[in-house]
Design a protein around this ligand. Structure first.
Ligand code: ADP
Length: 831
């Protein structure tokens, strides 16, 4: 136990009164004390017991158990039909927010929120022990599966009842209505918020004090990212190694403080759709890019700013130690310097840096108070005294002075009494029964002064006390305890005073985090040569000289080949990118998604120039080959995901489809790929900007039939039988897959690749025989286009030709597809 009033052998903790330890007392009072522990234990008495805290993953506040660059979220989630409610708390920072999800598929939106927040613990309505109505769970709520590794804690369902939850919130915030928090009319948000509040109150009562307000938010203001897309884009962790190194966060995180680190992570996980907000962020980054001196200075000062947010939270929870207060005060002084370094007459009044500087309130009163009250290097417990600075409390100073005086008086007693009485071997001693005594051997008994009071007779000596000795003794014995008590009380008072400035300090912490993130984004922008993208609400996407932010950093020794991207809903809606494996298709697709995402957190981007019409949602679909371990057939999984994805896009979405259809046989795969492209192209509501990468070069035919499809390919250089990948995206379609070349690159034995070349030659000749009249053009027929290529390959195609794809629901499409596949297999011989 550390913190106010705690400490080994210290005085009582506010919540866990523990008796004063006599051992500790006599230990210090007398160097020559007899040790007689059994005797001491007897007067300890009963310890008062109460549960002061239940430790769960979501309520941990111990710095050693926390990742300081990551929020520690405790979430409560409730699902009702299509709707869902979610609330989260970070007990280490006091953040408390709630939202209600009213989307068509609330479950899924909830999963997305969970993936974004990556909570450590999730509360869900559990068996109702109080009402015992449904032993299995809440009121028929669907069970929740978590997209993240968090502890799922069932919490009695009645906590989620609207009335109970609302009452809890009313009581906590001391309000009559929740209008001020923006959650009126959002019953599921209220139920989740009330539940999480009750849980915190039960497990971590002190933390409840820190939840000073509730923010209601809407997921509609954020870019939608499903859990798979987060993984695919490797925003904060790599997909394979699950390490931060190699993620986007790893590239961008040049923040100096833990607060800034947490904020940047939050931003990366939550790109915005609000143009004005984004432009304000860009402006701040731009100013730091241009003003290298201020940026450097800010970063240097920030490096010395501790985690003010968690520190003030500890103060508010009454668990701060003297060292925490010192760190807080030192941090606030740094913030004062930072404010000075940022502000200046040279800044335009509308400069974002000036705006930020204004928000860096150093709360001088707080740091001064700590400086006056607490010694620079305090002991870790209060038991010894010495935490409070001399001069801060005259009561304490007097107490210490009289204790010191009494101690000195006893220490010199032997000498003074020997001189006074002439008894040369007079001794001052201490025992547990009588306390301090004067001991005179029998030989000198006659010389003992009259005022000595005899206390004990030993074999060769007598022991005495005097009234003075007893008085000083009691001062010495009680002083230690009193000093510890008084220091604790003073410290607590100081803490209360600092806690009273909690809101101001919290605001300062948030402003420091902002400065930190802006300076960091500017630093990366300068070092990596990023530009400020131009943002608008249109549906274009133009990138000139774009680079993949992570690949270029991960392999600085290899020059990264910059590429352009040009998409627009009404002209180049779909880019069909072909090229051999390993040519750089995936890198190009991810680069585009990451540049958009970076732009929508307010960052500069790795490009020469970029214009980005804000994207409401990034979908990624990456060929399912690696998902075998999930247990579902990759084909089924892929179809489910793709169908689902296609049903949710809007003209402002960005689709990143990489090797869709790879999870099955070639013709199946190609058919799926083509169907998907047609759907995206022809769907009247979809119209999403799309990058589609495939090694099925046959699909390039689609450019001729679908007006908004453009072919691009990865440029390769052929030198004899060698292929060099140039990683350059150029107009036009690839005409073959080079798969065998790649196999050779990968070290497959020469004999195997040579044989494969033979087979390929045979196959290609055979195919040309069958599909010789490839027209390259087909007419769109009731929204479905058909390529001659497939028409001649299989009778099942006949049926596909007449299928009204747009009239099918994703599930019907899937069922149909299975049926078609079955039939295709039956007639497999025809192939
Ligand atoms: P594909 O998706 O076509 O199979 P990848 O995108 O996986 O190919 O890229 C293959 C390799 O080429 C990767 O190791 C990647 O680092 C490298 N690469 C891709 N694009 C570029 C580029 N523009 N400049 C330099 N190296 C690149």
């Amino acid at each position: 136990a550390e913190g106010w009033g705690a400490g080994a052998g210290g005085s009582s903790h506010p919540a866990t009164p523990s008796p004063q330890s006599p051992a500790a007392r006599s230990d210090r009072a007398d160097p020559a004390r007899a040790s007689d522990d059994d005797e001491e234990r007897a007067d300890r008495g009963l310890m008062e017991r109460a549960v002061v805290r239940v430790v769960t993953p979501g309520t941990v506040v111990e710095p050693a158990l926390l990742n300081d660059r990551q929020n520690s979220y405790l979430v409560a989630a409730i699902v009702e039909g299509n709707r869902a409610g979610l609330a989260y708390v970070d007990v280490t920072t006091g953040e408390f927010a709630a939202c209600q999800i009213d989307e068509r598929s609330g479950q899924e939106a909830l999963q997305r929120e969970l993936a974004r927040l990556a909570p450590v613990e999730v509360l869900v309505p559990g068996p109702d022990h109080r009402r015992r109505r449904d032993p299995r769970g809440g009121d028929g709520d669907d069970p929740l599966s978590l997209p993240v590794a968090a502890r799922l804690s069932p919490y009695d369902a009645w906590h989620f009842d609207l009335e109970t939850a609302r009452d809890a919130l009313h009581q906590h915030f001391e309000v009559e209505a929740l209008d001020g928090f923006g959650c009126q009319g959002l019953p599921l948000a209220i139920r989740a918020a009330g539940a999480v509040l009750q849980y915190v109150s039960e497990t971590q009562p002190a933390a409840r004090l820190q939840l000073t307000s509730l923010r209601t938010y809407s997921t509609a203001a954020m870019m939608t990212l499903d859990p798979a897309t987060r993984r695919n884009l490797e925003l904060t962790r790599t997909a394979r190694g699950n390490t931060e190194k190699g993620s986007l966060l790893w590239v961008l995180d040049r923040t100096q403080t833990a607060m800034g680190g947490r904020l940047l992570r939050t931003w990366i996980n939550q790109p915005l759709l609000d143009l004005a907000k984004l432009q304000a962020r860009q402006q701040a980054v731009a100013e730091f890019v241009e003003d290298a001196l201020r940026r450097r200075l800010a970063m240097e000062l920030l490096a010395k700013v501790p985690d003010l947010e968690r520190l003030i939270n500890r103060v508010g929870q009454r668990i701060a130690t003297p060292r925490d207060l010192l760190a807080l005060a030192a941090g606030l002084r740094r913030v004062g310097e930072l404010r000075g370094a940022l502000a200046g007459d040279d800044l335009a009044p509308e400069a974002r840096i000036a705006w930020l500087a204004q928000r860096l309130d150093p709360v001088e009163g707080a740091s001064e108070l700590v400086g006056q009250a607490i010694v620079p290097d305090p002991p870790t417990t209060f038991a010894e005294g010495g935490v409070i600075r001399p001069g801060f409390s005259s009561e304490l100073d007097q107490l210490k002075e009289s204790s010191r005086h009494a101690r000195e008086w006893i220490a010199s007693l032997e000498t003074t009494e020997r001189e006074r009485t002439g008894i040369r071997n007079l001794k001052v001693g201490y025992n547990r029964v009588f306390g301090y005594y004067l001991e005179v051997s029998n030989a000198n008994r006659a010389m003992v002064p009259a005022h000595y009071i005899r206390k004990q007779t030993l074999v060769g000596a007598e022991r005495y006390i005097t009234p003075d000795l007893k008085e000083y003794e009691s001062i010495v014995l009680n002083a230690q305890e009193k000093i510890a008590e008084l220091e604790t009380a003073i410290f607590r008072q100081v803490g209360e005073q600092i806690a009273a400035s909690g809101e101001r300090i919290r605001a300062t912490a948030q402003a420091s985090a902002l400065v930190d993130v802006f300076a960091a984004l500017a630093e990366v922008a300068v070092r990596q040569g990023y530009v400020r993208p131009s943002l608008d609400e249109g549906t274009r996407l133009e990138i000139h000289g774009g680079r993949h932010p992570v690949v270029e950093c991960a392999r600085p020794e290899e020059a990264f080949v910059a590429n352009d991207v040009s998409l627009a809903t009404d002209s180049t809606q779909i880019v069909l990118l072909t090229g051999p494996n390993m040519a750089g298709k995936s890198t190009y697709l991810r680069m585009t998604a990451l540049i958009v995402l970076m732009a929508q957190i307010g960052s500069f981007v790795p490009a020469r120039e970029a214009t980005i019409g804000l994207v409401d949602r990034i979908f990624t679909r990456i060929g399912a080959q690696d998902d075998l371990s999930a247990g579902q057939s990759t084909f089924l999984l892929e179809m489910l995901e793709t169908a689902h994805l296609l049903s949710q896009g809007t003209p402002r979405s960005l689709l990143i489809l990489d090797e869709v259809g790879r999870g099955t046989s070639t013709y199946d795969g190609m058919a799926i790929a083509q169907a998907v492209i047609e759907y995206v192209h022809n769907h009247p509501k979809l119209g999403a900007r799309t990058l589609f990468a495939t090694h099925y070069h046959e699909l390039t035919e689609l450019e001729h039939v679908l007006p908004r499809v453009r072919n691009y390919r990865m440029d390769v250089l052929e030198e004899g039988d060698r292929v060099v990948f140039l990683h350059r995206v150029v107009p036009g379609g690839a005409d073959r897959s080079y798969g065998i070349h790649v196999a050779r690159l990968a070290g497959i034995p020469r004999a195997v690749t040579r044989r494969a070349e033979e087979i390929l030659r045979d196959l290609e000749q055979g195919k040309r025989g069958r599909a010789g009249r490839r027209t390259g053009r087909g007419e769109p027929a009731d929204g479905v286009t058909q390529l001659a290529l497939f028409a001649e390959l299989h009778p099942v195609v006949e049926e596909v030709r007449h299928l009204d794809v747009l009239a099918l629901s994703p599930l019907e499409a899937l069922t149909k597809l299975f049926e078609l596949q079955e039939r295709a297999r039956e007639k497999g011989a025809a192939f």
